[in-house]
Ligand binder design. Sequence first.
Ligand code: FO1
Length: 312
Amino acid sequence: MSKVLALSGGVGGAKLALGLSRVLSVGELMIVANTGDDFEHLGLSICPDIDTVLYTLSGLNDSVRGWGVANETWSFMDQLKQLGGESWFQLGDRDLALHIERTRLLQQGHSLSQVTLHVAQRLGIAQAVLPMSDDPVRTTVHTAQGDLPFQHYFVREQCRPVVSGFSFAGATTAKPLPALLECLRSDALEAVIICPSNPFVSIGPMLAIPALREALQATTAPVIAVSPIVGGQALKGPAAKMMAELQLPVTAAAVAEYYGDVLDGFVMDACDASQAGAITAVPVCVTQTVMKSLADREQLARDVLAFAGTLA
Ligand code: FO1
């Protein structure tokens, strides 16, 4: 049974998940990815956050672009554009193989968790990588330009529309993955780590599943979030822009407030140390959270696990 459960969105979350995978033994870590960003595109089942975790743990990821596979080629997209097809969402030639194979296996009746474990194994990943649920949950972003499916907001509209809220279709009826609930209920679990991912659209869809939120509140293991906001900015993605548009202070402290009673501890960057006193609900760990190198990912993983040890 896993000792550590990591909840992850895309890039930032996957970086810490990689760090954790390198400081924990095989079998000690379960990584659960957001599926609120998933969508069906060109007839294919696309799961961006699962794939970012899979590509990061297997070392195939494009670390500059932040998504997809390194050394990618784009012949498929070039040809699709020539034919006048939908080209706003880029699917690289190598990446395409994963979407095609996943879609085929899902159509054969396999669940998303079975397919994800299978792909992880084929990519040589020893850790358990799982979706938060086998049931579809789809994020809608409410904006000044109307309601937008997540990828339309994020990729097609480049996060430009002003955000007023979010909804997560399917969340109230979605069942958390049984393995995830089992992990949260296990006495062996020593820490739940909410990775430095977007609180609203990466972790928000998980918290919108009632049984998952309840299990996070009920687990005896400390639940610790790492702030994705550092020095008033998101290191990647629209979290800071969203906070400003939702009239929230763009601070690490506001992230802790958003997670509320789910949390038992909060990790923030040393450059935000002056805000630590503003968080009174849970203990705070102040450390270097910016992960530029592999050593940074491993060090943050060690720091978060040591902090969890103090809360147990
Ligand atoms: N992000 C983009 O900004 N543009 C793209 O064309 C794009 C394609 C894409 C294809 C497969 C995949 O797994 C991810 C992809 N992403 C793309 C990233 C993704 O849309 C977002 O980073 C996540 O949904 C946010 O975590």
